[in-house]
Ligand binder design. Structure first.
Ligand SMILES: Nc1ncnc2c1ncn2[C@@H]1O[C@H](COP(=O)(O)OP(=O)(O)OP(=O)(O)O)[C@@H](O)[C@H]1O
Ligand SMILES: [Mg+2]
Length: 282
């Protein structure tokens, strides 16, 4: 078991302190052999807020989420959950923390060979000692939250894309996590179904006090759900503020992103970032 150095965040926040951030990234740097993907990212996520992370394809949004849930470790910098430094923890030590974090991944896969109910039951069997009856009740509640009451016996293959997302979200919240991470939750959905997912994200925060961290390219969604928007560009936080303040930003790169006209390089992967990397707090 490796030692965990420096377990107190530099802002002096204490574990379990409700006034502190629930998640903190501090100067996180990460590269995969090439230029850095994250080049000193620092973000505090306040509890019971919805933070939207935006930025061009390949800018490190999914990589950021993976650091939050310990699927990737920073090359340098630190990650805190509820005031406790977690980036050096062993897999075993991570487990109780991961149980407080629900994940709706970019590909949001369900097990097609299992019914909707069994899909949602899976984390309950894996991680709790609840009885069959208690599990049934939890599955029912989770399906009610996502407006899919009574869908236990349906097969994922019979569901529309929007319904599959809802079931995946029911599975993500069945362990009653404090934080839910969403990677592109509305991608591939029509505007009405996207709006249904937006409403669910808002409902989770309002009724259950969930801290939502949402990666999205969907500007309509961001405008509707975000208490705060973080824009990642060139491995850094380029903007941090309300959606409205982002719209008012004078940073050209942000305006290009919001209007869908930013310049891409030949690979169509990385945004062409101006040489001097600026951070604008909007
Ligand atoms: N495990 C990995 N190994 C090597 N490179 C990786 C790994 N994970 C991510 N990357 C690289 O890091 C960069 C950022 O990837 P990431 O998936 O975070 O992008 P993104 O912002 O989520 O993009 P998109 O909007 O397309 O989902 C990419 O260049 C990607 O190829
Ligand atoms: Mg991604």
């Amino acid at each position: 078991m490796s030692a965990v150095p420096n377990t107190t965040p530099t802002n002096g926040h204490r574990e379990g302190d409700p006034s502190g951030p629930i998640i903190r990234l501090e100067n996180v740097k990460k590269s995969f052999g090439g230029p850095p993907v994250l080049d000193g990212v620092s973000i505090d996520f306040a509890p019971a807020q919805t933070t939207v992370i935006m930025g061009p394809s390949g800018c490190g949004k999914s990589v950021t989420l993976k650091h939050i849930v310990g699927l990737l470790r920073p090359d340098s910098g630190s990650v805190y959950f509820d005031g406790r430094r977690v980036d050096h923890l062993t897999e075993r030590q991570w487990m109780p923390i991961r149980l407080q974090i629900g994940l709706l991944f970019q590909m949001g896969a369900l097990f097609d060979s299992m019914s909707v109910g069994s899909n949602i039951e899976f984390p309950l069997i894996e991680h709790t000692k609840l009885s069959k009856e208690e599990r049934r009740s939890r599955i029912k509640q989770a399906l009610e939250v996502v407006d899919m009451a009574g869908a236990e016996d349906r097969q994922p293959t019979q569901l529309s894309g929007g319904q599959r997302k809802r079931v995946a979200l029911a599975r993500a919240i069945v362990l009653r996590p404090r934080v839910v991470l969403y990677d592109e939750p509305t991608t591939g959905l029509d505007p009405v179904r996207s709006d249904g997912i937006n409403e669910l994200i808002i409902k989770l925060r309002q009724t259950m006090g969930v801290t939502n961290i949402v990666v999205t390219h969907d500007l309509t969604s961001a405008r509707k759900i975000a208490d705060r928007v973080i824009m990642l560009l060139g491995g850094k936080v380029a903007a941090d503020g309300s959606f409205r303040s982002l719209e008012r930003s004078r940073d050209e790169r942000i305006q290009h992103f919001l209007t869908g006209t930013y310049a891409r390089d030949e690979d169509d992967e990385t945004m062409t970032v101006q040489p001097e990397s600026r951070r604008e707090t909007v």
